[in-house]
Design a protein around this ligand. Structure first.
Ligand SMILES: *[C@@H]1O[C@H](CO)[C@@H](O)[C@H](O)[C@H]1NC(C)=O
Ligand SMILES: *[C@@H]1O[C@H](CO)[C@@H](O)[C@H](O)[C@H]1NC(C)=O
Ligand SMILES: *[C@@H]1O[C@H](CO)[C@@H](O)[C@H](O)[C@H]1NC(C)=O
Ligand SMILES: *[C@@H]1O[C@H](CO)[C@@H](O)[C@H](O)[C@H]1NC(C)=O
Length: 461
């Protein structure tokens, strides 16, 4: 009997995802797996797990041994179920932990399945409670314990509901914490968020496919999604999405967090077009959001635009020499491509003067002018997309229907270009949006109407 309850309570700390509340004070030890993933054990602090109550239960269990014997038969069948469930729970944990290295081609977060498995766990706890029916006061306190456990399970369920993604983020945080603690940094360790103390991209993780766009429309192949690259205080978890059936950009939608995004509960949709009042539409689907402002290609007159979602105002400005003749390989009208990295806002484009080769422009965010340019030797139309990390441009091209490759880099710090081959899997062949976000070191892709992201691993400094 006691074994069973202890199993129930003590098994929990072995599953790191139970302790979302209190990563900070939990003690952590672990290592980095062969694929750079975090392999860790988490021991919960007493404050977040009822170790004291377990002790109390041990004491009361002695008084209860007689009563308990009567229940042993009932309980032993429950115990079998419990062992199975605990196995399933550790399987869930393993699945979360192995997101990056698992055998699945694409990582799809199966919220519903996890929710069902958690509900089974909750049902088992309820069953256990019923099987322990007794009028003994000592038993009464056990009831309370178990009810408390149900609450914990409820919390688990709400953690799951409110955001499985949180678990992943917490694992990523843990990973960074571990890496920080490690004396001998090996080449799997990633740079701290915001740091440029690395030697560029080592590899791109597997595509994580969140879901079809918020319009639930497979025809919305054009668009983008992601997070603010320099969020205003309090908006760190905000996501945005914009999707269309063509290259015209006419709205942008905001969500307070990832859960709201995937459950399509927007807090704001900004229309960039009102038939009677204004036409702020853009084109090309190559925008970024920075400081709650959408930077995008203005349709008419052609140029850069910033749509401040705080003040709901638009400002537009031409880029001298930027041409409308050159677009990326996958889609038309992608003439200006905005990008944000650890410190700056960038725009890339091609000019007639450069015969269509890509030009990198750094935007002065105060004046909204292109203040410095770098000329690359890559023809814009042969590139499928580009993004910036730490002042380095990364350009991609298509290898085949399933594979994309970063084939070219231009370092604006050193004015150096190089040809590289960093391949990564696409979810589907066609995508129009690819941008890096420095706040979580992820690449956001809008792939054939789906939200897809990739974790980026950097080479050690
Ligand atoms: C989890 O369970 C599924 C099906 O029950 C199984 O295919 C998978 O290999 C298990 N994963 C782990 C990491 O144990
Ligand atoms: C639980 O115990 C109470 C009082 O001892 C009794 O009335 C009730 O029928 C019991 N319930 C079950 C499911 O055994
Ligand atoms: C049940 O949990 C609550 C809040 O976590 C706590 O105050 C209470 O003492 C717990 N009950 C028992 C019997 O441990
Ligand atoms: C957006 O507008 C707000 C309110 O006027 C202003 O404080 C903020 O600086 C603007 N942001 C940008 C990026 O221009």
């Amino acid at each position: 009997m006691m074994d069973l309850l202890l199993l129930l309570l003590l098994a929990a700390p072995a599953h790191a995802w139970l302790s979302l509340e209190d990563w900070g004070s939990g003690s952590v030890d672990g290592s980095i797996g062969e694929f750079g993933q975090c392999v860790c054990n988490v021991f919960l602090p007493d404050t977040s797990f009822p170790a004291d109550r377990v002790e109390h239960m041990q004491t009361s269990s002695n008084q209860l041994s007689v009563i308990v014997k009567l229940h042993i038969n009932k309980v032993s069948s429950l115990k079998v179920q419990l062992v199975i469930l605990l196995g399933q729970l550790s399987n869930l944990t393993a699945r979360v932990e192995n997101l990056e290295s698992g055998p699945d081609k694409y990582i799809k977060l199966d919220f519903e399945l996890l929710r069902i498995e958690l509900r089974e766990f909750e049902a088992l706890v309820t069953q256990l409670k019923t099987s322990l029916n007794s009028s003994s006061p000592a038993f009464e306190s056990l009831y309370i314990e178990i009810r408390n456990m149900s609450l914990i399970v409820d919390q688990l369920e709400s953690y799951d509901r409110s955001n499985l993604e949180v678990i992943r983020i917490e694992f990523a945080k843990l990973q960074r914490k571990l890496e920080k603690c490690q004396d001998d940094k090996d080449d799997h360790s990633n740079a701290q968020i915001g740091s440029c103390k690395h030697e560029g991209i080592l590899r791109i993780g597997k595509p994580v496919v969140s879901q079809l766009n918020a319009d639930l429309n497979g025809g919305f192949k054009f668009g983008g999604w992601g997070k603010d690259s320099k969020p205003l205080p309090g908006s760190e978890n905000m996501y945005w999405y914009s999707g269309f059936t063509d290259t015209l950009v006419s709205k942008v939608t905001q969500y307070t967090d990832y859960y709201k995004l995937i459950t399509r509960q927007a807090f704001k949709t900004h229309e960039l077009y009102d038939y009677y009042k204004y036409d702020w539409r853009g084109t090309g689907n190559n925008y970024v959001v920075r400081e709650n402002t959408l930077y995008y290609q203005y349709r008419s007159p052609f140029g850069m635009a910033k749509f401040n979602m705080t003040s709901v105002t638009v400002q537009n400005k031409a880029i001298p020499k930027a041409s409308t003749r050159f677009s990326y390989h996958y889609s038309a009208n992608q003439n200006l491509d905005f990008a944000a990295d650890e410190s700056s806002l960038w725009v890339t484009y091609a000019t007639e003067e450069s015969n269509g080769n890509l030009v990198i422009g750094k935007i002065n965010e105060e004046t909204f002018e292109v203040e410095e340019v770098w000329q690359t030797s890559e023809y814009k139309n042969s590139i499928t997309n580009a993004f910036m990390i730490c002042g380095v441009l990364y350009a991609t091209r298509s290898v085949d229907t399933q594979t994309e490759e970063i084939f070219y880099t231009y370092d604006t710090n050193k004015k150096e270009e190089s040809h590289v081959s960093i391949r990564f899997e696409k979810f589907q062949d066609f995508y129009v949006y690819l941008d890096y976000n420095p706040t979580d070191q992820r690449l956001y892709m809008y792939n054939n109407g789906y939200y897809v992201y990739y974790n980026v691993k950097f080479k050690a400094d």
